[in-house]
Design a protein. Structure first.
Length: 128
């Protein structure tokens, strides 16, 4: 389980569950600016926010309250995996449309300053 985590400015995907067959739960996590920053973008980099499987491996991952924005490719992609789900997830200003993941909306993009917002006292990420 991942809860209240951020991934940003990575050289490839933020959350990459390719080849992972056990179910993973991800709550209130963000992925932004994947494979877009100077020095971190390569022609071989996918740059997805959340990659949730592959054609041969399907872990039926469960995401809720997650956000993906400003990524080179998709905010959320099943990458061929069939059973992953999102509830109340948001995807904004990514290079490509989301692929194969239901429960993702494209509204309510955060201001750039939201990515730098401090955590709440309980350690959770602030609401956006």
């Amino acid at each position: 389980m991942f809860r209240g985590c951020r991934a940003w400015s990575d050289g490839d995907d933020g959350w990459d569950f390719y080849g992972w067959t056990s179910s993973i739960t991800v709550e209130n996590c963000w992925a932004f600016n994947m494979a877009t920053e100077s020095g971190y973008k390569g022609s071989n980099s996918d740059g997805n926010g959340f990659k949730l499987g592959s054609d041969s491996d399907d872990g039926a991952h469960k995401l809720s309250g997650c956000m993906a924005f400003g990524n080179k490719k998709s905010g959320f992609t099943s990458n061929g995996g069939k059973d992953s789900t999102c509830a109340n997830c948001k995807s904004c200003n990514n290079g490509q449309a989301d692929k194969g993941v239901s429960g993702v909306s494209s509204g309510g993009c955060p201001a750039a300053s939201a990515a730098q917002a401090k955590r709440n006292a309980d350690g959770s990420l602030p609401s956006i």
